[in-house]
Design a binder for this molecule. Structure first.
Ligand code: ADP
Length: 375
């Protein structure tokens, strides 16, 4: 029965039920007939009851050829045979109808199965048509299409991730290679040549290390413990102190205010998240600009807001800035250093703490990043 199709299984189950019910009903009616009319034969034979002429006509048995009692027994035998034949015919007809109807009902499911077979990682854009589907099949088709949407988007994010990671590592490696070639080609390299080579190589290696560290922290975040008590204000002060030199270099004013109750989390991870956000607010700013870090406490949440008066983020870029390796055009074209991993790491850290991160931005005016953490 395991290999039978659903259509056949349904038909067999309905057939067995029908057969049992019909057999019971027929047996019951035959027994009832015998109970109520069984003694007619002897009554007719003893002459107490006359044969009904309507029976004689209906049964087409010559009453002159047989005794009235035999006539009655022959008629009741024929009645039993006819009942059984009609019952068998009805069962066969009903089983046929069940098979046909089950086939029609299951047709959308078969179509769905065929469409599902056509989907593989090369055809994730394939969608199952919902025309003609109703009820549960429609719900199943829609859920399946929804799952394909999610799969397609995570496949394309993965592909982009791999391509970007390769690109991010390839660029500094190419710089090291070409510096080495330049050094090899010069017949008698001078000390300045070596110094230039070392400076270029050092910079490129630093970029490779940054990228690898970012990738490692993305991979390790899931398992990081988040059970210690964290004083958020201390953490913000620390990050602001560490970045104050950088802010000064860029001519950006940096300020922090607000208080909040301690939360449960991982201090070094949260430090990393706020550090990345404040560092970005300085990096993507302008001389004379400001970065204001504020913290507010509500009943259930702590909100840390990092507001800058920097270059802003294009509306098209906003949905992507938290993707690993994503860098918007202005940051690339203005050659602001970065690996494109800062925000994705910050987002993962905040989510690991059960919080969320939001951003609003206006080009040439500035951006506001809000981190909401549970108390
Ligand atoms: P990185 O800064 O290393 O490029 P991030 O993941 O930190 O990578 O940021 C991703 C992109 O988001 C940046 O390249 C930049 O284009 C944009 N971005 C992030 N923060 C800001 C900000 N405060 N102002 C303007 N653009 C920003």
């Amino acid at each position: 029965m395991k290999k039978w199709t659903l259509q056949v299984r349904l038909t067999v189950v309905v057939g067995v039920i029908l057969l049992s019910v019909c057999l019971l009903l027929t047996a019951n009616s035959l027994l009832a007939a015998d109970t109520y009319y069984g003694n007619y034969a002897s009554l007719i034979e003893s002459g107490q009851v006359e044969l009904d002429p309507a029976w004689i006509e209906a049964d087409r048995i010559d009453p002159a050829a047989v005794s009235p009692g035999e006539f009655y027994r022959e008629a009741s035998h024929r009645f039993s045979i006819q009942s059984l034949i009609v019952m068998a015919l009805l069962v066969v007809l009903s089983v046929g109808c069940t098979y046909w109807t089950a086939g029609r009902i299951l047709r959308p499911l078969r179509k769905l199965t065929e469409s599902v077979r056509e989907v593989d990682d090369m055809h994730l854009d394939h969608r199952v048509a919902t025309e003609g589907a109703k009820g549960e099949v429609l719900a199943l088709t829609e859920s399946f299409n929804g799952m394909l949407d999610r799969l397609e988007s995570s496949f394309s994010i993965q592909k982009r991730f791999a391509a970007n990671a390769a690109h991010e590592l390839k660029t500094p490696l190419a710089v090291i290679k070409s510096s080495l070639q330049v050094l090899e080609m010069s017949p008698q390299p001078q000390e300045e040549d070596y110094q230039e080579f070392m400076a270029d190589t050092g910079e490129s290696l630093e970029r490779i290390i940054q990228t690898v560290e970012g990738l490692l922290s993305l991979a390790n975040l899931e398992a990081a413990p988040v059970g210690e008590t964290v004083e958020l204000r201390t953490l913000l002060d620390q990050a602001v102190r560490e970045l104050s030199g950088r802010a000064e270099e860029c001519g950006v004013m940096l300020a922090v205010s607000g208080q909040a109750q301690p939360i449960r989390g991982n201090a070094s991870l949260l430090y990393r998240a706020v550090f990345n956000l404040i560092e970005n607010a300085i990096k993507y700013n302008r001389p004379g600009g400001r970065v204001i870090v504020t913290m507010e406490q509500s009943e259930e949440n702590v909100c840390i807001q990092i507001e800058d008066t920097g270059i802003g983020i294009e509306a098209d870029a906003l949905p992507h800035i938290f993707e690993p390796f994503y860098r918007s055009d202005p940051s690339r074209s203005q050659q602001i250093s970065g690996s494109g991993l800062g925000l994705s790491v910050a987002k993962l850290i905040v989510e690991r703490h059960g919080g969320k991160i939001e951003v609003t931005s206006k080009m040439e005016t500035g951006s506001v990043f809000r981190v909401m953490l549970k108390q």
